[in-house]
Design a protein around this ligand. Structure first.
Ligand code: ATP
Ligand code: MG
Length: 419
């Protein structure tokens, strides 16, 4: 089934809002092997909506439209689409009653313009909106289907998988109905590197789709298998996944599917009963932020120090002034003592520390911008790694955070060698 995507809203054509709906819908279609023939954006303008709709319909079986379903006068999508097909509008009494009930429940004053959101073109099928007031609708025209949903990303996050996709599957049934995906999450592997390594695998022959999704600083490889039965799709997916994994460096793969780096670290620390303290200089608290993203992190995270100044490294972590003066705040010696100090001062099993030059200033010939030292102390050994990142300030901080978490993850998995 071919799909076209049409997003509507003046906020999009003026550049005030980034069109994340298009990428979300396009990714979803791509994973199902539904080719997207066009992605279009127009303002809240009837003529523009009609023109775009006719272009979109010329090349696709289904057109997914977002935006302009709200109660205000500038939201004209429903009326424009009805007029494009010469359809009258009618009020759906069930939708109207439900909307009034929601307003009453949340003690919101009802205004008549809200009734607009219960207006649908004749013959439309209503698509419920579990997290907002404006429902969507679908219209069948000859062999084509037009699906219209609100513009609010949070609302379509649920409406797309729960309402739209099942409706399209029912409307355009396919033989190979079972689609299974697997996400391989990597760090430090570029798209070009992955491409080259897996070039000899015959994905098309095996009936597998492969996609590459950069999600800075991570790169996700998504494999999609489709077959007539779920077990056949799964068998195929497992076989090709194994082939892909064989070709990729093991230490650069850290998670699959819904797993996250911080989540895996959380599981390992909890299982081993280990506690952690973090001392951050160039990462400015980002490591502690990632770790505390996981619910229940208080079990293993004792504390995080943001020791940005030399004085704080000495006062809070006990790094001798002499060391900082001799080797510099950004040095292997300082990083090691920061990790050991964080651990000792906090009474934890592990201490993790970063120190580096995020840029754009502060670099030198010996220690250019992007120089980062990351150390991990466990009381017996302290390991330290040197990195040379080459991004801007913000991304250097993010990538250093990821590298520190990768080091911790590898240590917990028994993969990190002492150095
Ligand atoms: P509502 O019932 O909430 O008014 P709506 O269908 O009228 O929904 P819009 O008014 O067009 O939707 O947009 C609602 C919000 O969603 C706005 O904050 C808008 O910036 C955002 N939004 C709209 N379209 C997109 C898009 N394509 N990508 C990302 N955000 C969007
Ligand atoms: Mg709008």
């Amino acid at each position: 089934m071919k799909v076209a995507i049409l997003t509507i809203g003046n906020e999009l054509t003026s550049g005030r809002t980034q069109d994340t709906n298009t990428s979300f819908i396009a990714r979803t279609c791509h994973l199902r092997n539904w080719p997207v023939t066009a992605t279009l954006s127009v303002g809240d303008d009837e003529e523009a909506i009609k023109r775009a709709l006719s272009y979109a319909m010329a090349g696709a079986d289904a057109v997914i439209v977002t935006g302009g379903l709200g109660p205000t006068a500038d939201d004209i999508t429903t009326a424009a689409i009805a007029r494009a097909f010469n359809l009258s509008l009618h009020t759906d009494e069930t939708v109207l009653a439900k909307m009034k009930e929601i307003f009453a429940r949340f003690h919101l004053p009802w205004t008549e313009n809200n009734a607009k959101q219960a207006l649908f073109p004749e013959g439309a099928t209503v698509i419920t909106n579990p997290t907002g007031t404006a429902p969507g609708f679908a219209l069948k025209r000859d062999s084509r289907m037009i699906v219209v949903i609100p513009g609010v990303p949070r609302e379509i996050n649920r409406m797309l998988p729960e309402g739209v996709i099942p409706l399209l599957q029912r409307t355009f049934p396919e033989k190979a109905a079972h689609v299974i995906t697997r996400t391989i999450k990597t760090f430090g592997l570029s798209e070009a590197a992955v491409d080259e390594k897996v070039a000899d695998i015959d994905f098309a022959g095996a009936g597998i789709g492969i996609g590459f999704y950069p999600n800075f600083p991570e790169n996700h490889i998504v494999l999609t298998a489709r077959d007539e039965t779920e077990s056949a799709a799964l068998e195929k997916l497992d076989r090709v996944t194994a082939e892909v994994l064989q070709r990729l460096p093991r230490h650069q793969i850290f998670a699959y599917d819904e797993d996250t780096l911080a989540g895996i670290i959380a599981r390992a620390l909890t299982e081993k009963g280990l506690t952690l303290a973090v001392a951050e200089s160039c990462t400015g608290g980002l490591i502690t932020d990632r770790i505390t993203d996981v619910p229940g992190s208080s079990i293993y995270l004792e504390r995080g120090f943001v020791t940005y100044s030399d004085r704080s490294k000495t006062e809070l972590l006990g790094v001798p002034e002499q060391i900082i003066r001799t080797h510099g705040a950004v040095s292997e010696e300082t990083a090691r003592l920061m990790a050991e100090g964080a651990r000792a001062k906090s009474g934890t099993n592990l201490g993790l520390a970063t120190t580096g030059i995020a840029g754009p200033g502060g670099g030198s010939e010996n220690k250019p911008v992007g120089t980062v030292y990351i150390a991990l102390a466990d009381g017996e050994h302290t390991m330290c790694r040197h990195y040379a990142f080459r991004w801007d300030r913000r991304r250097n901080k993010i990538i250093a955070t990821q590298a520190a978490l990768m080091m911790l993850k590898a240590y917990l998995a028994g993969e990190e060698t002492n150095g």
